[in-house]
Design a protein around this ligand. Structure first.
Ligand code: AMP
Length: 281
């Protein structure tokens, strides 16, 4: 398995693969890989002749007070995981490779970025869309793989690809959880033992919402109220950023379950902001 630090190096390799008629899958990540990322790589390996995993902690998707500097990194462990999973190439650029000093072009997907995470992280999706667009241009994949864990991100990327006529398929993959329910995340490593226990309120609230919806409850306000009460039990360690219900794909607030619906939450556990969600089809 190759590790490339430059866009030109990746391009040259992908061109050579395409000349041989091989298909290429891309899995964009910020590294510190876990079973959630691995599930995306596994799926990409199944469906493509060659798989590129990008590992890049993208500075422009972090707000000024967020965890860009402390975000966990371990390229050697990531290399092993990618190799074992059967990836062909890791693209691990420095920030200077991706952003020249006078970089000035950004991609904004509009309304679909305004609610949920976009509300508390106003420049986040502009950063995500821009870097994902760059990765698509560098790798030119046939398919790209994203986790349902970041449900709004998946909706935003689908919208960008549709609106800008990008020639690739976006594949959404299910959330991978710890045995006790907590959604796997690189940020879980920030949690102290006590916080790790408190963090279980996220999945508890999500599972309760799912059970209510599956039991026939259509009233979003009732479901959201139940979820908030579950999370409040972990106070003062847990602080709600949002607990929301939106139409799936447009990410507009909508409190009646009468079509594909996303219930999504973001909760601070101590200083760590965690997200979780369930998609009701
Ligand atoms: P990140 O490195 O956090 O930017 O995540 C890279 C990709 O992995 C994104 O598409 C995430 O949605 C996906 N991902 C992260 N955690 C999980 C998980 N627990 N289950 C499924 N996909 C995940």
């Amino acid at each position: 398995m190759q590790i490339e630090k430059t866009a030109a190096g990746v391009r040259a390799q992908v061109k050579a693969w395409k000349k041989e008629g091989l298909s290429v899958g891309l899995v964009p990540t910020m590294g510190y890989l876990h079973e959630g990322h691995k599930s995306l790589i596994d799926r990409a390996v199944e469906e493509n002749d060659r798989v590129v995993v990008s590992i890049f902690v993208n500075p422009i998707q972090f707000g000024p007070t967020e965890d860009l500097e402390t975000y966990p990194r371990d390229l050697e462990a990531d290399r092993k995981l990618c190799e074992q999973a059967g990836a062909s190439l890791i693209f691990a650029p420095e920030a200077s490779e991706m952003y020249s000093e006078d970089f000035s072009t950004f991609v904004d997907a509009g309304k679909v970025t305004e609610e949920l995470c976009g509300k508390s992280r106003p420049t986040h999706f502009r950063g995500v869309c821009t870097v994902v667009n760059k990765l698509f241009n560098i790798v030119a994949p046939d398919r790209a793989y994203f986790g349902q864990k970041d449900a709004q991100q998946l909706a935003v990327i689908r919208r960008m690809v549709r609106d800008l006529n990008m020639d690739l398929e976006i594949i959404g993959c299910p959330i991978i959880r710890e045995e006790d329910g907590l959604a796997k995340s690189s940020r879980n490593t920030y949690l102290s033992d006590e916080e790790r226990k408190a963090a279980l309120v996220l999945s508890k609230a999500i599972f309760a919402a799912k059970a209510m919806a599956e039991g026939g409850e259509k009233d979003g306000d009732k479901i959201l109220e139940t979820m908030k009460n579950i999370i409040k039990k972990a106070e003062p360690l847990a602080r709600i950023d949002y607990v929301e219900m939106v139409r799936w794909d447009t990410i507009e607030i909508h409190h009646t379950i009468d079509g594909p619906t996303l219930i999504a939450i973001a909760v601070f556990i101590g200083k760590t902001r965690l997200i979780d969600n369930v998609l009701l089809q």
